[in-house]
Design a protein around this ligand. Structure first.
Ligand code: AMP
Ligand code: MG
Length: 267
């Protein structure tokens, strides 16, 4: 899975990352879905131990352009976990109360506690992405946020959080197909947001903003992963592998039972 990890210090050019790549899996879609099913079981086991042990915290950050599959990954990859112990936060345009605070405030309040997996569907990265593209604050203000974000994540990691950052990479043609599908499929039409069309026109500006954000904030303690996402099944498989890998690296173990438990007799 190293091939999708962005080496800290290297400058990203997203045009050099193929959103159709599928080199980390040699089989076809059917075989991919089979592996994904076995990862479901593994993820369920690991999460159950994470929850029991109450020691580690995992924060999964998902960023992407509209339709790339943030919601899809959450729905499919996490479908086997116990909802108790997993929290999803979707970051929308800030409320007046949120705007009255610093931009990290609302995110900090939602980071996972011991034993939990926290999933961010968008995040404080929006504060150097949409905020930059729409010039919601001056450049001087968003530019210094890279440093804040690196320091904030450093603090979370020092205090025991594992951070897994995933950018779902699609191209503009694939987005067009998916937006059209939203229009054409009655059960998907609710997701169609006319604003997505105006955002789509800003594709180039978004790519520049992503390139700089990924470059500036891929660190050895919280590196970015750029997942090719034009193929849904491959995207889900790679995301599942990354999450299972992250949990595996924690060397999780069930806590010791209370002393003397083997001698207990229940009458
Ligand atoms: P969705 O994820 O499709 O539900 O859309 C959420 C919307 O909220 C997107 O258009 C984001 O760009 C927007 N959003 C999220 N965070 C911020 C932020 N900090 N400032 C402005 N807009 C934001
Ligand atoms: Mg949307």
């Amino acid at each position: 899975m190293d091939r999708y990890q962005l080496k800290p210090g290297s400058k990203v050019r997203l045009s050099e990352w193929d959103p159709k790549d599928h080199a980390a899996f040699s089989g076809d879609k059917t075989a991919g879905l089979e592996e994904l099913q076995s990862l479901d079981q593994r993820l369920a086991e690991l999460q159950s131990i994470l929850y029991a042990q109450q020691k580690h915290k995992l924060l999964v950050i998902l960023q992407a352009m509209d339709t790339a599959g943030k919601d899809g990954v959450i729905k499919r990859v996490f479908n086997s976990v116990n909802p108790q112990g997993v929290g999803v936060t979707s970051f929308k345009a800030p409320t007046p109360l949120e705007l009255a605070h610093d931009y990290l405030w609302r995110a900090h309040a939602q980071v996972p506690c011991k034993g939990e997996i926290g999933i961010f569907n968008r995040s404080y990265y929006e504060d150097v992405l949409v905020v930059r593209v729409h010039q919601l604050v001056p450049e001087k203000v968003w530019h210094r946020r890279y440093g804040h974000i690196r320091d904030f994540e450093r603090m979370l990691v020092d205090e025991g959080t594992t951070i897994l950052k995933i950018y779902l990479h699609i191209d503009q043609d694939e987005q067009k197909k998916r937006l059209q599908e939203r229009l054409d499929t009655p059960s998907k039409r609710w997701k169609f947001n006319p604003d997505d069309l105006s955002e789509r026109k800003l594709w180039k500006q978004y790519m520049e903003a992503y390139e700089e954000a990924l470059t500036e904030t891929s660190t050895d303690y919280a590196p970015w992963h750029i997942l090719p996402s034009n193929r849904e099944w491959y995207r889900n498989l790679m995301a599942a592998r990354l999450i299972v890998e992250a949990l595996d690296s924690l060397k999780l173990a069930y806590p010791e039972p209370p002393p003397g438990v083997e001698k207990v007799v229940i009458e």
